[in-house]
Design a protein around this ligand. Structure first.
Ligand SMILES: Cc1cc2nc3c(=O)[nH]c(=O)nc-3n(C[C@H](O)[C@H](O)[C@H](O)COP(=O)(O)OP(=O)(O)OC[C@H]3O[C@@H](n4cnc5c(N)ncnc54)[C@H](O)[C@@H]3O)c2cc1C
Ligand code: SF4
Length: 469
């Protein structure tokens, strides 16, 4: 029964050369891990690279490069592919973005580089920048070439990085390249943060995180994985490091707190996805409701389709106009058979052991709230029961207040760290910060950008101190 929505969902992809053969999708796991941006053959990469107009120049960067938060020199790396030099292309990518292989798979390129490609204005499809980037990175990594820069002379300064997600990995890499002795701490036993645990498996299961991490090993970064930095440890770090980069991301899922949320079949988005990524498939039964309409909600809805649910409905208390998900994520969810109930708010979960219905209220939109979006207001007497056997709550993550509020003098706004946007510096001169802990959750490439800014900020600060001494 599940094959129908999956087939529909992948039809568009299957029509593109070199992508999915729908008939190969034998089971849920295969459907779950069928990559949206799969590898390219040499020939396809060569032909695609030739479509690029190699726009821009030294004084006028190409629009695709301007749209890349990590400032990857897109025309230069595509030019290298077009002359048969994929390793050179990979080096250009990695110079700007140490997570170049991950970003090739997970970046919302339709909103960024590919969305800005000049070919869009001539009614042609944009250059497939993401898959060309993947081609170059796969070429280097598959050949065992990690393209590690030469180990620099150590400058005698030590930096602690807390969190080994995209922001922490990038910050640690950049600082190591500048000659700092870097120690990288993470509570989890492996690197990658949400990329490893939460990003949809059909974008990236885990590789090439291991190769990207290995580049840091090669540069001499000390890894302290499986180590939660608590208040005591933080104070020890303050005494022994010259700077601390906080890259702790956001915490667990926010909860609706609705009556009945203890029932079997009610999931929170992060453990739901992490279970899938560990190859254990949650039992979603037939009728799934997803609460929320952000990018995570689109992901869990599409995962539920791949798990074999017969009906997947996203419930959102505002209208489509206020939906926070990217347009492309919404369109692809629709194509895969996901349905949307706008202006619909869950009020209570019903069930006996397992959830069997959600009591919902219809909403209307009132005045604008502080976020600038119109406030949803319940319509009196509009409550109704929706038969459902699975719910996945995907309404965002909460900040890591407990840890962050212990750091002296750093400024928090609604639990998010405030920094100088040009340096990543907090109000405490020892601390810098980057990643989701600043913006509440955005993209990997945005975390990369912020970590590059913070690494430069740390370098400027510590170099200035050295000059004064
Ligand atoms: C479901 C979901 C899907 C997503 N899909 C995409 C996508 O397709 N594309 C995209 O670009 N972005 C996506 N994102 C967003 C992206 O994953 C994040 O923006 C990015 O991972 C942020 O990086 P970060 O390093 O700031 O935080 P994180 O990735 O959260 O990493 C923070 C790390 O800090 C560690 N840590 C926290 N506290 C401590 C402590 N006290 N001591 C030690 N370690 C600590 C954590 O264990 C974690 O490893 C998605 C996010 C979610 C939730
Ligand atoms: S904007 Fe498009 S055509 Fe121009 S350099 Fe970038 S990818 Fe190539």
């Amino acid at each position: 029964m599940h094959a129908e929505p999956i087939t529909r969902g992948l039809r568009k992809a299957a029509q593109r050369p070199g992508l999915y053969e729908v008939s190969h999708l034998k089971d849920h796991w295969e459907a779950m891990t069928a990559e949206l941006k799969p590898p390219m053959s040499h020939q396809d990469a060569f032909l695609e690279a030739y479509r690029c107009l190699l726009c821009g120049g030294p004084l006028t960067p190409a629009p695709c490069m301007l749209a890349c938060p990590a400032s990857v020199d897109v025309p230069s790396f595509i030019g290298a592919i077009s002359i048969g030099e994929p390793s050179e292309a990979a080096e250009i990518i990695l110079n700007a973005n140490p997570l170049g292989g991950t970003c090739a798979r997970v970046c919302p390129t339709e909103e960024l580089c590919e969305g800005s490609c000049v070919l869009n204005s001539t009614h042609q499809r944009p250059v497939d920048i993401a898959r060309l980037q993947r081609y170059a990175m796969d070429h280097a990594f598959n050949e065992g070439n990690l393209l590690v820069p030469l180990r620099p002379a150590q400058n005698g300064k030590r930096v602690a990085v807390i969190g080994a997600g995209p922001a922490g990995l990038t910050g640690a890499f950049e600082l190591a390249v500048m000659g700092y002795k870097v120690s990288l701490f993470d509570a989890r036993p492996s690197t990658g943060g949400l990329v490893r645990s939460a990003i949809a498996p059909y974008r990236q299961l885990s590789e090439p995180l291991n190769q990207e991490t290995a580049r840091l090993w090669e540069l001499g970064v000390e890894f302290r994985l499986g180590t939660t930095v608590d208040d005591n440890m933080r104070q020890e770090l303050e005494a022994s490091y010259d700077a601390i980069l906080v890259a702790v991301g956001m915490g667990k899922d926010a909860s609706t707190g609705l009556e009945g949320d203890h029932l079997e079949g009610v999931f929170s988005s992060l453990p739901f996805i992490e279970t899938i990524k560990s190859a254990e498939l949650p039992n979603v039964k037939n009728k799934v409701a997803v609460i929320g309409a952000g990018n995570t909600a689109m992901d869990v809805a599409r995962e539920a389709v791949r798990l074999g649910a017969k009906e997947v409905t996203v419930l959102y208390r505002r209208s489509q106009d206020e939906m926070p998900a990217f347009a492309i994520e919404f369109e692809e969810a629709i194509e895969e058979g996901v349905q949307f109930a706008w202006l619909t708010n869950p009020v209570k979960y019903h069930g006996d052991g397992r959830i069997n219905a959600i009591q919902c209220s219809k909403m209307t939109l009132g005045e604008k709230d502080p976020s600038g979006r119109r406030r949803p207001v319940p319509i009196e007497g509009s409550e109704f029961l929706l038969e459902i056997d699975t719910v996945i709550e995907a309404i965002g993550q909460v900040p890591r207040n407990e840890f962050l509020s212990g750091i002296p003098d750093i400024e928090l706004e609604s639990g998010l760290i405030k920094v100088d946007p040009d340096t990543g510096a907090t109000r405490n001169p020892l601390y810098f910060a980057a990643g989701d802990a600043l913006n509440g959750g955005a993209t990997v490439v945005e975390a990369v950008r912020m970590a590059k800014v913070a690494a430069s900020g740390i370098n400027a600060k510590l170099s200035e101190q050295s000059n004064v001494q």
